[in-house]
Design a protein around this ligand. Structure first.
Ligand code: SF4
Ligand code: SF4
Ligand code: SF4
Ligand code: FES
Length: 593
């Protein structure tokens, strides 16, 4: 292995050896100093050096330098706390505050706000500089995310994240000079732009300028009206919700989350994993049907709504390749308002289904007209993991004192290890292969047979031989990565039979509605937490899969009951009607506003 080149530097007069090529900000961190920063993000993912909050003095440079972009060099002496550097950083923050809408009490970022954090540590105060403020835009047409430019500090992180994760660059700088704002082209609304509503931009925004559209008020109303408010939680939520209450990343929050939901007054608390097992039954049989009837291949998974938005905007010609299965929470909602309602003797009109999801795009999925039945939506409200944490805090529930409780067991309570791993890239594929193996070979596969599709790489592939049928499969996450596979299909060059696509890099564990991972608020995590948090969350799900006694969807006893008593078999007329959906080939990328 090549030896790293090191350089000798001094910080505040103390000597250190650090890797050559690091920025001053990174080198200082390695040496145990925290220089305030705002626009910089994770190894220069965004390096506009626009905020000037990280200014320090350094020999060899004329005056003050932006430590987030300035590299260390041999013999460099760095002064972080000199009066000149300290005053300059405070002034930079005060200038940002002078053009900021400081209504912190009403801001969902309060408690996670990096601007308030740097104001606190630099000693900056609001009102030191006063003047005209930039005209602002409040885009609340949603339905997944909102934009409030009065809170924007023009750091550019969102622009870079959208390009890096999704490869589409919805956001950019619009207008000029003092009037500059961040917006979709032409300062359009998200609702009239080809935005996936994936929320990846909300994860990196340091302020309250980009956040999810909250649906907490709808839940309050349904509770007040005395509806049967039933909640379901997606697998990835448990992998991260404990972070919102100060627990280490990688802590499993299932038991306490269920206890909190019971205390919040939900009539039933179910796991979307039941819906995930149902999805595998329908999607697995759909694949087998396509394979044996010369159907359109490759079949592509359909459970990621950000991906479905991308499909409809950018690759509508590939709609025939996409599974018609609704996503697991939509299937679950449909089953609650039919099978479950019939069994309980409750009028479906009195049922209100809430999905807690790691995802902002699920808020776009719940309102699709094709995701409902008999004039009722399958799902009535979607909360992100972050919104659920807010609801728990609002109710005065002390997370640390909660006991561990189980999901409600009646009718829809069983779930398997196959369902749990839906929350991580490769999980749907692995779960589907466990069932496809049984159907095609008649034998139960050892669950560890299909682990080739695990890992966080952008594209993974595997070849399996199932009773003489060779299946070549691929798994991808992040639309920038997916584009490669989609272009192959479009060109007629794809070798795959089945492809799993997740919109967010790493899958739902890294969904746009998950807790923020902001190192400045995580003093007890590793220095490289931005590189490792996805693995830590994924491990929560793989560990649960290993612990569960049943690990194949087709062996879920309540799923077997559901088919026996209600649907008959996968792809039956009744299941096509309730569990499958359709896509829109005519979504216009830039409609007239
Ligand atoms: S973004 Fe931060 S500083 Fe601005 S209103 Fe929200 S909490 Fe306050
Ligand atoms: S929601 Fe997703 S697609 Fe839309 S601007 Fe943000 S990162 Fe880009
Ligand atoms: S919206 Fe947020 S991430 Fe984007 S430039 Fe403004 S403050 Fe930065
Ligand atoms: S963090 Fe360095 S200029 Fe913004």
């Amino acid at each position: 292995m090549e030896e790293k080149k090191m350089v000798n530097i001094k910080i505040e007069g103390h000597p250190y050896q650090v890797e050559a090529g690091l920025t001053i900000l990174e080198a200082a961190k390695v040496c145990g100093y925290e220089i305030p920063s705002l626009c910089a993000f994770n190894h220069g993912e965004c390096s506009l050096a626009s905020c000037r909050v990280c200014l320090v003095e350094a020999t060899g440079a004329r005056g003050l330098v932006a430590s987030c972009v300035y590299p260390v060099s041999e013999g460099m002496e760095i002064k972080i706390s000199s009066p000149k550097a300290t005053k300059a950083r405070r002034t930079s923050v005060e200038l940002l505050l002078s053009n900021h809408n400081m209504n912190c009490q009403q801001c969902v970022k309060n408690g996670h706000c990096e601007l308030l954090h740097v104001a606190n540590i630099t000693g900056a105060r609001e009102g030191v500089y006063q003047g005209v403020k930039t005209e602002t835009t409040l885009d609340i047409l949603g339905p997944g995310i909102m934009r409030d430019t009065s809170k924007c500090i023009l750091c550019g992180r969102c622009i870079e994240r959208c390009k890096k994760a999704q490869g589409i660059g919805i956001l950019g700088f619009e207008k000029r000079g003092f009037n500059t704002i961040v917006a979709p082209a032409g300062n359009r609304s998200f609702a009239t732009s080809p935005c996936l509503q994936c929320g990846q931009c909300t994860l990196v925004c340091p302020t309250g300028a980009l956040t999810e559209m909250s649906e907490i008020p709808q839940i309050d109303k349904a509770m007040a009206e005395g509806k049967y408010v039933i909640v379901q939680t997606a697998p990835a939520v448990r992998s991260a919700i404990a972070e919102e209450f100060g627990e280490k990343i990688g802590t499993c929050g299932t038991g306490k989350m269920v206890a909190a939901l019971h205390r919040l007054g939900f009539y039933r608390v179910y796991d979307t994993n039941f819906g995930a097992d149902l999805t595998i039954m329908e999607e697995g049989y759909e694949l087998i049907h396509r394979l044996t009837n010369k159907g359109t291949l490759p079949q592509i998974t359909s459970c990621s709504p950000g991906w479905i938005n991308y499909l409809e905007y950018y690759y509508p010609d590939l709609i025939p390749n996409v599974s018609t299965c609704k996503s697991p929470h939509e299937m679950m909602g449909a089953v609650i308002k039919t099978y479950w309602a019939e069994k309980k003797g409750i009028d479906p009109k009195d049922i209100f289904v809430v999905s807690v999801m790691p995802c902002t795009a699920k808020k776009t999925e719940e309102i699709r007209p094709q995701n409902g039945h008999d004039g009722l939506r399958d799902v009535d409200a979607v909360l992100t993991t972050r919104e659920l944490a807010r609801l728990i805090k609002r109710s005065g529930i002390n997370w640390s004192k909660l006991p561990e409780e189980e999901f409600d067991p009646d009718l829809l309570g069983d779930y398997t290890g196959a369902a749990v791993i839906f929350g991580v890239t490769g999980g749907v594929m692995e779960a589907a292969l466990r069932t496809a193996h049984k159907v095609l070979t008649g034998k139960e596969a050892n669950p560890v047979t299909f682990t080739d599709v695990r890992g966080l790489e952008g594209v993974k592939e595997a070849t399996l031989n199932l009773n003489g049928t060779e299946l070549k499969v691929a798994v991808t996450s992040g639309m920038k990565n997916a584009k490669v596979l989609l272009d192959e299909i479009r060109a007629g060059k794809s070798e795959y039979a089945f492809i799993e696509i997740m919109c967010c890099p790493g899958g739902c564990i890294n969904g746009g509605g998950q807790p923020y991972v902001k190192p400045c608020f995580l003093p007890n995590e590793d220095d490289n937490i931005l590189d490792t948090y996805r693995e830590k969350r994924a491990k929560v799900l793989y560990d649960e899969d290993e612990r569960l006694p049943i690990r194949q969807s087709h062996n879920n006893p309540q799923i077997q009951e559901l088919y026996k008593n209600y649907f008959g078999e996968p792809l039956s007329e009744r299941s096509e009607e309730l569990l499958h959906t359709s896509y829109n080939a005519d979504r216009v990328r830039f409609p007239e506003n």
